[in-house]
Ligand binder design. Sequence first.
Ligand code: SF4
Length: 653
Amino acid sequence: MTTSPTGFDPLAIINQPLTIGPLVLPHRLVMGSMHLGLEGHRQFLDRLGTFYGERIRGGAALITLGGVAVTQEGGGQDMLGFYDSDHVAMLAELVERIHRCHGLVGVQLFHAGRYAKEAETGLKPLAPSSVYCSMTRNTPQSMTVEDIERTLDAFVHAARQAYDAGFDAIEIMGSEGYLLNEFLAPFTNRRDDAFGGDEIRRQRFPLAVAQGIVDAVGDKIAVIYRISGEDFIEDGTPSTATIRFAKALQDSGVHALNVGVGWHESSVPTVAAIVPQGAFQAVYWALRHAVTIPIMGANRLNTREIIHHVLNNGSVDVISAARPWLADPQFGNKVRGLVPHRLNVCVACNQACLDHVLAKNPKPVSCLVNPRCSHENRPIHKVSRVKRIAVVGSGPAGLEVSRRARELGHEVVLFEQHDEIGGQLALAAKIPGKQDFHYTLDYYQAELDRLGVLIRTSTTPDEATLLNFDVVVQATGSQPQWPSFAPITDERVVSFIDILKGKRPLSRHVVIVGSGGVGIDVAIFTAHHHHGPITLLSRSGILGRSLGPSTRWIWIRELRALGVHVVGPFQSLAVTDKGIRYEEPLGKFHDVDADQIILCAGSIPNPWPYSLPSHILTLSIGAANNPATIDAKHSFRQGYWAAQLLGQVKEGP
Ligand code: SF4
């Protein structure tokens, strides 16, 4: 095997071209379709174009834009639609931008079906049958035959518009529980006419869409069908029917299948960190061996090792992940071995991407480990006056400000009082289901070394040392708050930090005080490390209130599965001889046996013992600035924006 010094192997499967209908992919890594929350607004077009251009330069063989609705009722907020001529013009401009970067670009033809929201489209959602949707909390309208024929025409018309706009590929969205998927699943298709009643009739409309598009443009551009490999819902499409459907799609002339897994309503996690890497290989494998057209896959394929593994073992022909391109725009070049630098791995947290899209008030996606994501249109200019910058503390905020400030050309020294970098990020990596944060720590260590940030571990700088710098960044993080009910001298009361660091062993009867993200993490950690009873005390009675919609349900389900007993709400607590006593809001007292009480009830900033002269610019970021509301996402983000500010620092006296 011939490999270059960067690890590039020209004979590796990942580097082999692949023909998809009339399209030749130069290699096997494409960026899958993902809604960015910037679509549908002309003022964001440049931002979108810059975002995609950077991913083309980062090695995407093909980029498929986030779903574009084929009808108004099938769309949604901040979404492009083929029914809007201005949107079609914007799509053509995006195609031109990407082609100018010498990239290939596809578009996903989308209809949300019963996942559409009337409040966003102004129209009643349409679906095969009127089946209540727990996600939108609405019941859609059952489609008439005229609705079906109109929607079929809209798909085909959109395909022609996509070809005219210059796209290189079309992906038909037929998975994740959207309209076409709803026709296949007995759960959502209760019809008894030409479009429902048995497997053949349930497949009729999705196959008609595929056939119509192939007939219209299939000889000119690649037609990819995004198929649901597993619905993971009760009364979903049987696996055997999925295999037959895949074969029928192939017979219709579709050029490739991109395999989705799970519906938005599924109770099986499919995209969260708790899902093992490569978990759905068997799903891809079954389809890969049922058809001869190429198979694409995406879920939890986030590292170089797992990607090479699933390509080499023949589960998939193409990797079509999306989020890993948010975490690292150079994803393609790094995974293929063209760039020797370490990959910034997507840790599947969803906190800055899916949770932004799914929020009540949606906002553009970004990335927790790459806060520059979707702000690429702010160019990085090397500073003309180099500053000496001391960063005190190497948690998320300190790591990110160090990296970015150094990229701008400043001299940066990073002080860390402990013997390894990472702060509370290193603790988060110990939580089962969050272990991917180890990749983040490895990435920052490698990146800071590469860039030339001087890292001083096991060092707390004295004031005289800091006087040698132009800028001092306080990124010293926070420490657990010690509530007044907990005697500081009581050996049974411990902070979560001491538990996660292993400074204090776990006892048998454990009570955890606090049900925010930290409390849940610690409960899961505890349940994985001992076999005694665990009680989680929640003041509000609401678990993980600050957690995002894409993962909160998973963590709560995990707590239940692990047998953690949740108690709350309460209004006061007292430590007793036997454990802890809590008072319900109506004044009733209860006792819980405990020989260990772990505090996860808020944080306060770590002390900042320095008093620096005013000519030294001091910035406070991350949890050191506001521990009450700051989490890892905000800390990384503040690190990034602080560095942007340092790009504009004027010369001091
Ligand atoms: Fe991945 Fe989290 Fe970044 Fe989303 S926010 S791309 S899940 S690391």
